[in-house]
Design a protein around this ligand. Sequence first.
Ligand SMILES: Nc1ncnc2c1ncn2[C@@H]1O[C@H](COP(=O)(O)OP(=O)(O)OP(=O)(O)O)[C@@H](O)[C@H]1O
Length: 687
Amino acid sequence: MSEHSNDKPVPKPLATPNIGIPSTRIPSKIKPPKMNSLHPAVVHIQSKEPGNQDENAPSQAKRPKMDPPRYPPPLSKPAGTGLKRAHSALSLNVSTCSSTISVARGRSEKKAPLGPSVVNRVTTNVKASVPPAKSKKTKRPAWDLKGRIQDIEEQFLVSRKTNDELISQLKLNEERIALLEGLNSELSQDVQCKESKTQEANEVLEQLQKSLREKEEKLTTVRTRKESLENQVNTLQQECTGLQSTIGQLTSAQAGLQAHLEATKVILQQAQAENEAQKKMIQELQAKLYDKENKICVLETRTRQDEQTRRKLHNIIQELKGNIRVFCRVRPLLPNELDEIPEEHIPHIAFPDPDNREVQLMRLSDISLNESSVVGKTKTPVKYDFTFDRVFCPLSNQSEVFDEISQLVQSSLDGYNVCIFAYGQTGSGKTYTMEGPEELDLTLDLDSPCLGMIPRAVQQIFSTEQELQKKGWQYKMDSYFLEIYNEVIHDLLVDSPSDNSVKHEIKMVGKGSELYVTNLTTVIVKTEKRIHQLLKKARKNRAVAATKCNQHSSRSHSVFRIKLSGNNSITGETCEGTLNLVDLAGSERLKDSGSEGQRLEETKNINRSLANLGNVIMALSQKADHIPYRNSKLTHLLMNSLGGNSKVLMFVNVSPKEEHFNETLNSLRFATKVNQCQIGTAHKKVK
Ligand SMILES: Nc1ncnc2c1ncn2[C@@H]1O[C@H](COP(=O)(O)OP(=O)(O)OP(=O)(O)O)[C@@H](O)[C@H]1O
């Protein structure tokens, strides 16, 4: 394959003597016919052509004789006229010959792209066929007209002859041109054929080259693969060598293991024997366990029955204690109050009963004759004795107090409505009893001995709930915390307590007796911690106003309610109880409080609602037809916790200060009235 294999093949130039066609390729029939007799001048000119010199000149003698050329008839006389006519005829013939040659030339140029040599040669022949008439003849004298006419006729004849020869030669050339054109078209076809073959060959060549490249790429890949495989083989051979050595080591190790295996087999047999023994033991234990489980089941059933019995007995005890109870608590003197009284002694209050059920007030100052008796020479102070369900002296701590109310908290879990009030004059220790001291953090100081009844009740509810879960009880708890200030309800669990645009109304749920407060935040509580957060928030929100009686006195009733909905998944029992823990606003006698303006209005509202609370309890105890619940927001709200289906406990808190004697007397008298009330038998509320 040559370097220029993709190039188009260049056709070779045709090598012919005249027009580039080799004589060997021209068929003999289209070779120019031999001329019989050419004018010497023509022969002479032809012999001078380089292409025809070798071919035509020597063959001239060999050509067969042809018929003489036909000439036109000789010209007639007169000589003068004949000479002119001959000259014009010669001119005509020459011009005809020239035009014929021109026509032939034009045709040949149009028909085929003949080489310029052919046309030139013919033109040259024509020009050469007119010999110079006078070149070889001697000049005739002017009088020799006859001779001159003869010369002219000779010239004319020669010209005519030449003309005829040229015409015949032109015809021959035309034929030859036609033949050459046919040959040319054959050659063109041949060339086209060759070109298409060459193109096909080039395409094949391209495919072969492409195939070759692919093969080379494959070869490269195969070589790479081969090298990689060789590397793998080397690696495997090395591994094989390593493995062979490992096999050797393992073989020796196997022998050791075989011995160890034998020893292990012996141990295994012993272990299997032990296992069998243990299986027997397990079966015995499983039988015992099954027996125990049955016993546990029986015991659990008995426990549940005991729990039901306990609840009934608990309720009976509570009923025997009375569904409304009153506890009296006398707070200790505060450090700043001790300055006023030198000894830590409260002379006007006595606790004569060892069972802690009595409290005695003695009016020491301003003893009048009416109120005192004279025993000998000593004046005896007037004494006021009060008996309550329980009296707590100033030394009693929060824990002791809670012990006495924890049974009521239990009742709320058992499905009863429980209401615990703290009643008393301002500064007597109501808030301390219900929540704890002011400085106590209700979310952090949960182990504090000062913790009040509300956080302790919450702790008990959650610890008891945990215990009851084992007996199949699940409780849902929700709570709210509100205050009633000037007979208006305020939500204590809101984020912005100053927003007074939200109104809260006490409404009834459907046609039932259950009440709810509109627009109030009610929180479902799942953890003890959450309730403590709510208590802290409520305490912060609580309206606190300074009065003359107590710098931080609360001028509103606060109600913390927790609703306990129980469901026993084992027995199918349900219950719904509520625990209301109420810190009442301080009871004040108007003339002692020194209130005026807004404070006076507050005091009036407080006293009115407290008096209404007493009236409601009184009406309940007298089983009156009309119970004036709706006369105040407080009794309306606590309607269901004051009636027959509830347990009520009232703390009457007492200030130890003698100056508060009259207020204390009033409080104890009010509490005694409440304590004398019997508000019926509480009923467990089943959902
Ligand atoms: N048992 C107690 N032991 C120690 N301190 C007490 C006790 N009871 C009350 N206090 C203290 O006496 C002060 C007044 O008590 P507290 O604020 O509870 O009275 P209050 O009746 O709630 O007054 P108010 O009606 O104005 O709210 C507080 O400083 C409180 O810490």
